[in-house]
Ligand binder design. Structure first.
Ligand code: ADE
Length: 269
C-alpha cells in the first residue's frame, strides 16, 4: 500500500510556546540570602543547582554565588554574597548584600525579590523566637548623620512592597525591620531602633531595599527570629543556639511563599 510520509514538524518559530501561566504572571524570582546555613535547605527543597564559575553572571573575583532552577511556574535564582576571602565566613552585612543584589538585578532582571534571613526580635513588640515576620517598612539604625536632611537620608526609612494576600493567606506576622552592620546593639543603635519603631533587627534588609528601589523591583522581606534582643540571653549565644531550628521555620515560610507566588501576578500578592 501507499503510506503518507509523516508530517514534518513545524519550524521552530511556529512551535507553540510552553503553556504559559496566566498573562502577566510572575516568572523570575530572585532570593537574596546572606548565610549558607539558611540557604542550603531551600537550595535542596527547590532542587536548585549551583551556576558553574565558568558561566557566572558575576564578574571575575566576586565571591557571590548563585543557585538556580525551575520550580512550578517560576524560575528561581538564589544568590548569596559568599564567603569572605580572608576569613572564610559568610559575608553578612549591608555592603555585601547590596553588591550581590545589584549585580543580580542587573543580570537577571527579576520580577520580584525575596530577601530571606534571620533576625533579632523585640519581645516588647510581640516577637518570639521562631516567629516569621514580613517587613512592612525598613530603615537603618547605624547611619547617624546629625545634619538636616542627611539625618533622614542616613535612616533611609522606606515602605516595602505590600503583599497583603501573602500576609493574610500565609499567616506571617507584620512588623518594621531595622538594619545595621552589627549583630549586637549599642545604646545609640537602640535609640534609633526605637525611633524606627522596629519589631525585628537584621543586617541586610534595608540595604537590599535600597538597591531594589533603585531598579523599581518589588521586594519582600521575610525574617525569622533567632534571638530576643530585649531579653536576658546574650545575642550571639542565643543566635547560634537557635540558628538551625529557626532556619527550618524560615525555609518552610519561604517555600509556602514561593508556592503562593507561583502562577500569580505581582498585583495578586
Ligand atoms: N540576625 C539574627 N539575629 C540578629 C540580631 N540580633 N541582630 C542583627 N541581625 C540578626
Amino acid at each position: 500500500g501507499f503510506e503518507l510520509p509523516a508530517m514534518a514538524p513545524p519550524p521552530p518559530s511556529e512551535q507553540p510556546d510552553a503553556p504559559a501561566a496566566g498573562a502577566g504572571a510572575i516568572s523570575k524570582v530572585l532570593i537574596v540570602m546572606a548565610m549558607e546555613t539558611e540557604a542550603t535547605p531551600l537550595v535542596n527543597k527547590f532542587r536548585l543547582v549551583e551556576a558553574p564559575a565558568h558561566e557566572s553572571i558575576f564578574p571575575k573575583g566576586a565571591t557571590w554565588t548563585r543557585f538556580y532552577g525551575n520550580y512550578k511556574d517560576l524560575h528561581l535564582d538564589l544568590v548569596m554574597p559568599g564567603k569572605d576571602v580572608v576569613f572564610g565566613v559568610d559575608s553578612v552585612g549591608t555592603v555585601s548584600a547590596s553588591l550581590v543584589a545589584y549585580a543580580s538585578i542587573q543580570a537577571l532582571k527579576p520580577d520580584l525579590i525575596i530577601n530571606a534571613g534571620t533576625a533579632g526580635g523585640f519581645k516588647t513588640k510581640g516577637a518570639s523566637v521562631g516567629d516569621v515576620f514580613l517587613a512592612s517598612d525598613v530603615a537603618f539604625h547605624d547611619r547617624r548623620i546629625p545634619i538636616p536632611v542627611f539625618d533622614m537620608y542616613g535612616v533611609g526609612a522606606r515602605k516595602t512592597f505590600a503583599a497583603p494576600n501573602i500576609l493574610k493567606e500565609l499567616n506571617f506576622k507584620l512588623g518594621k525591620l531595622s538594619t545595621g552592620d552589627s549583630l549586637d546593639m549599642s545604646p545609640q543603635d537602640e535609640e534609633m531602633i526605637l525611633k524606627n519603631d522596629a519589631t525585628v533587627k537584621d543586617m541586610e534588609g534595608a540595604a537590599v531595599a535600597y538597591v531594589a528601589d533603585i531598579f523599581s523591583t518589588p521586594a519582600i522581606f521575610v525574617k525569622a527570629v533567632t534571638d530576643i534582643v530585649d531579653g536576658e540571653k546574650p545575642t550571639a549565644e542565643e543566635f547560634l543556639q537557635n540558628l538551625i531550628s529557626v532556619t527550618a521555620a524560615l525555609d518552610v515560610a519561604v517555600t509556602k511563599m514561593i508556592d503562593f507566588i507561583s502562577g500569580k501576578r505581582i498585583t495578586d500578592l
